[in-house]
Design a protein around this ligand. Structure first.
Ligand code: KG4
Ligand code: ZN
Length: 352
């Protein structure tokens, strides 16, 4: 089985070809970073227009890299939501057109499901069930993954997503967008003990997250430092590095505390050694990964993390979710509606 995947839900235009036997025959990703950077965040209209300009070429390049004709495909998978609706519509209309013209099955993939299943593309031993920590720019969730289309959300953020907190902190520090990699680099040089920032939800029962209090504390710290700084409104390089390090430590401590509770809850209902899977763009963060390795060791769990290029948005994970769904006979009609909001708990595994 060979599936083409298409991803256009945020600021990456992507096309990939993946097989049932876990070969990634092509994985093309075009980042729109430079187009959004001047605005310090993703501008939906610019994103949609850019997807439209590039998606046909990316699909052609993916097929060329996979060295096959469209006719050789067994299915077309596309992110049908959640995401910026203009972009999702560009991907959906592209996939629907290909499916109709080629007479191939169409698979409407939930973007979060694609992140959730991505580990199985690279780790054949990652059997169901497992506990997923999904950390992206738009989401922060702990999910019990029971099977394809069977997800129980154990906890979610009550305000900001963790990636958003990284991005906003970076913006306050004058670091480039996207903030995650910039914060991580600055944090390596900084002193995490210099600022005692709040660790939201720490020690509370349950698995929900919160990042807005931490964000406010960063804003107050930055205001205070810039009033004292070298010039009006300026931070010294050491201040920037220390705030970044203190923020990253607080964010990681919160995630670790919530993941610890989720592991205990998962264990109570699933016998055997639990597997903790971390996925999404923020899973590229080394400090967070190291902290999670420590947690897994302490809790007797196995930690799995897809490689960074499969953690940030890509179409290989969409194609793989397509393989998983198509293999179970789960296809979708040509008139499915793209969705800006589509919680993982609403994803189903019944044929359409
Ligand atoms: O999964 P993703 O590529 O897109 C969404 O679906 O949101 O995640 C993007 C997020 C951004 O907020 C970005 O700042 C963050 O992932 N990110 C990181 C790192 N690399 C990317 N956050 C922390 N550390 C990183 N190294
Ligand atoms: Zn994503």
């Amino acid at each position: 089985m060979i599936v083409l995947g298409i991803e256009t839900s945020c600021d990456e235009t992507a096309a990939a070809v993946v097989t049932e036997s876990r070969e990634i025959l092509a994985n093309k990703v075009l980042s729109q970073l430079a187009e959004h950077a001047p605005y310090g965040g993703v501008v939906p209209e610019i994103a949609a227009r850019s997807h439209l300009d590039h998606i046909d070429r990316l699909v052609a390049q993916a097929m060329e890299e996979a060295a096959m004709d469209l006719a050789a495909l067994d299915g077309i998978a596309v992110t049908g939501g959640p995401g910026l609706i203009g972009g999702v519509m560009v991907g959906a209309i592209t996939a629907k057109t290909l499916a109709q013209v080629l007479g191939k099955p169409l698979i409407n993939v939930n973007h979060l499901e694609a992140h959730a299943l991505s580990v199985r593309l690279v780790e054949p031993g990652a059997d169901f069930p497992y506990l997923l920590l999904l950390v992206t720019g738009g989401h922060c969730q702990l999910v019990s993954v029971e099977d394809v289309g069977r997800y129980t959300v154990l906890g979610t953020t009550i305000d900001d997503a963790i990636g958003e907190a990284f991005d906003k902190t970076a913006k306050m520090l004058g670091l480039p967008y996207p903030g995650g990699p910039a914060i991580e680099a600055a944090a390596k040089r900084g002193n995490a003990a210099r600022f005692d920032l709040p660790r939201p939800m720490l020690g509370r029962p349950g698995c929900d997250f919160s990042f807005s209090g931490l964000k406010t504390a960063v804003a107050q710290t930055v205001d205070r430092l810039s009033a004292e700084g070298p010039g009006a409104g300026e931070l010294s390089a050491a201040d920037i590095d220390d705030v970044a390090a203190s923020f990253q430590a607080a964010a990681a401590a919160t995630v670790l505390d919530r993941a610890r509770n989720a592991l205990a809850a998962f264990r109570a209902t699933h016998p055997g050694t639990p597997r903790l899977v971390v996925a999404g763009g923020v899973a590229a963060n080394r400090a967070l990964r190291t902290a999670l390795e420590g947690l897994a060791g302490e809790a007797g769990a196995v930690l799995s993390a897809p490689p960074p290029e499969l953690c940030t948005d890509n179409a290989a994970m969409v194609a793989w979710a397509g393989v998983e769904r198509l293999g179970r006979g789960l296809t979708d009609p040509l008139d499915f509606a793209p969705r800006p909001r589509w919680p993982l708990g609403d994803v189903r595994a019944e044929p359409a």
